[in-house]
Design a protein around this ligand. Structure first.
Ligand SMILES: [Zn+2]
Length: 286
């Protein structure tokens, strides 16, 4: 089905008759609501995990009047979403969605091991990898056109039978559960899978963020310090998660590197980066 206005694939049917692609739909709705149409975002992002697994996400925006819904969808795998006020800065929303993807991919619901000869009855196998259920986790339920139900966990599609099989590792336990809107933030303790490589990756991310704002890699003008500060605080959310659920020692090392880098910056801003450094220190103290 093609969009009535352009040649893109139609995804929305408006007023039961107009077939529209997401962009044309958002354009029409933003005109109707008298808000600015935000169109400058990357439609596809690719994220690679330290083990080499590649995830390709399609990014989609949908205006729903007062709210705007952001969705990142991986074919046959992960899905993340965010609901924000339409009036709010959508650039920030896109960044938050990216953060949510990174955080979501880092937090695992299953433990991966190399499969051994003679398979364990309550693990699930993909290729030469063995997956075991963690004590806490997150999953998404979907059914296909035939009504067959699938579970998506850590970006992996499992059958209902496979999921039940994994549950048997907790035979004799009680299980409690709750459901969250996909756009909500997850606040349950998910195990972050952090390796040394991953920490280095996080450091590189921080360094490239500083390099984008600092002249000659060392001077941050007061004109740019507020924008940099905003990005630093988004980044610190992840640092906090790493310390809370990942490998604490490595995360502390990362935190100290960040503090030293910030202390070494020159600036003509009276406040920056005092508060930022204090915030990292506060996270490390916990
Ligand atoms: Zn269109």
């Amino acid at each position: 089905m093609k969009c009535d206005h352009c040649n893109n694939e139609a995804k929305v049917i408006l007023d039961n008759s107009n077939n529209l692609c997401m962009d044309c739909y958002n354009k029409i709705l933003s005109e109707e609501y008298g808000c600015e149409c935000f169109n400058e975002f990357t439609r596809e992002i690719v994220i690679s995990e330290p083990d080499g697994t590649i995830h390709t996400f399609e990014i989609e925006q949908m205006l729903l009047g007062k709210y705007t819904y952001w969705r990142a969808y991986e074919e046959g795998g992960y899905e993340f979403a965010l609901r924000v006020d339409t009036e709010s800065n959508q650039k920030v929303a896109v960044k938050r969605l990216h953060q949510k993807i990174l955080k979501g991919i880092s937090a695992k619901s299953m433990q991966i091991g190399q499969s051994q000869p003679g398979q364990i009855s309550n693990a699930v196998y993909r290729g030469n990898l063995e997956y075991n259920l963690n004590e806490t986790g997150l999953l998404r339920i979907e059914d296909d056109a035939d009504g067959k139900i699938y579970i998506y966990m850590d970006g992996i599609k499992l059958t209902g039978e496979e999921f039940l099989k994994m549950l048997t590792v907790y035979n004799g336990f009680n299980m409690e559960w709750r459901f969250l809107d996909i756009a909500d933030d997850v606040d349950m303790p998910l195990k972050l899978s952090i390796t040394k490589d991953r920490m280095e990756e996080y450091w590189q991310k921080f360094e490239s963020m500083i390099m984008r704002f600092a002249e000659h890699g060392s001077f941050v003008s007061y004109k740019r310090s507020a924008d940099l500060s905003e990005e630093i605080f988004e980044y610190l959310d992840i640092l906090e998660e790493l310390i809370r659920h990942g490998n604490g020692e490595d995360a502390v090392e990362l935190g100290e590197r960040i503090i030293n880098r910030l202390k070494g910056l020159e600036t003509d801003d009276d406040c920056f980066p005092i508060y930022e450094i204090e915030s990292v220190e506060r996270i490390l103290e916990r």
